[in-house]
Structure formats: C-alpha cells, structure tokens
Ligand binder design. Structure first.
Ligand code: 2DT
Length: 188
C-alpha cells in the first residue's frame, strides 16, 4: 500500500510577522511528534531566478513589476518537482510564503504596522516600509475572506497577524492537521 502523502502547510503574512520563527517551531514540533517534516521558503533565493529576486528585493537591481511577479511565480514552479517528490514520500512541508504572497504583494503595490517597523532590520528590503505593508495586510485580509480558501489565522503578537493555509494542490491528507481541509486553489 502506498504511504500517505505529506501535507503542504503554508504560512503567510506581512514582513516581520514571525512566519519564519513559526515555521521552524512547527517543523520542530512535527519532528518531535514523529512526523517527517521539512521547511521551504519563498522566494527560494539560491536558484538563478532566486538570485535575481534577491537582488531586486535588496534594491540592487530594478525589474518591471509584471516581470518580477512572473519571476516569483517561476521561482515557485522550479521547486514543484521537489515539492511533489517530498510530499509523495510522506514528508510534510511547512512553507514560509507561497502563492498568496504573490497575490498580496503584487496587488498591494501602491503603501501601519508601527510595531513591525520598529523591529530590527525593517526597511532593508524593497517592500519593508509601513505604508506598503499595510496594503499587503489588507490584501491578505481580502484573500482570507474567500470562503473557498481554507485559512486559519492566529495572532503571533498583539498587533501582528499570521495566516495559515493548507493547500490541496500537492497533498491529499494530513495526519497532524486534520482540521485543515483542502482548499480548491494552490497554484504556484
Ligand atoms: P522574505 O522576507 O520572506 O524572504 O520575502 N514576495 C514573496 C513577493 O512579492 N511575491 C511572492 O510571490 C513572494 C513569495 C514578500 C521577501 C519579499 O518577497 C515578497 C517579501
């Protein structure tokens, strides 16, 4: 009998919301519970496309807005074989940003998360300014209103929100997160 597929768990939110920390904790907790779990993050900056994105985000190069959106998408697609392989092996993947960031950030390109702005490092990268982050947060709220998407939301800190989605695109079931029903979308 074929083994069970892993779950694809996506953590989304604005910059400095604490997604990376929560992803690490989740992977650790899953592994402690005897599950096979690994973390991925997007953009994945190690690839050629990822390097272009990194340079863009670090304000070292300029890329036209439509083109950069497609590069973010391509950066996810190039990881799809790996994602499919891992999930089919039964590894649960905890993903730090995915296609929802693509939607939220691209659609927010016009600008108060005062607390986030105060944190160390805020302002180093292209999108790290308060007004833009506010727009992004509004886009995430709009995405969360879609009843066909299976979002779970929790407050990481008093004024920050994280959003968690389970996508059906690459997994069929989840042992650890049975409450997370499949969502009908999840395109890279
Ligand atoms: P990190 O600081 O989490 O590395 O994110 N972004 C990300 C987009 O604009 N579109 C996308 O599709 C994705 C995945 C969000 C770097 C920045 O990249 C943005 C913040």
């Amino acid at each position: 009998m074929a083994g069970r597929r892993g779950a694809l768990i996506v953590l989304e939110g604005v910059d400095r919301a604490g997604k990376t920390t929560q992803c690490c904790k989740l992977v650790e907790a899953l592994c402690d519970a005897g599950q096979r779990a690994q973390m991925l993050r997007f953009p994945e900056r190690s690839t050629e496309i990822g390097k272009l994105l990194s340079s863009y985000l670090e304000k070292k190069s300029e890329i036209e807005a439509h083109a950069v959106h497609l590069l973010f998408s391509a950066n996810r697609w190039e990881q799809v074989p790996l994602i499919k392989e891992k999930l089919s092996e039964g590894v649960t993947l905890v993903v730090d940003r995915y296609a929802f960031s693509g939607v939220a950030y691209t659609s927010a390109k016009k600008l108060q998360l005062a607390d986030a702005a105060k944190r160390e490092g805020f302002g180093c990268e292209l999108y790290e300014n308060q007004a833009f982050q506010k727009q992004v947060l509004q886009r995430f709220y709009q995405l969360m209103e879609d009843p066909t998407l299976n979002w779970k939301r929790w407050n990481l800190r008093s004024s920050h929100s994280g959003v968690l989605s389970a996508s059906k695109f690459y997994f069929s079931d989840s042992r650890c997160f049975q409450k997370l029903r499949r969502s009908p979308r999840g395109n890279p």
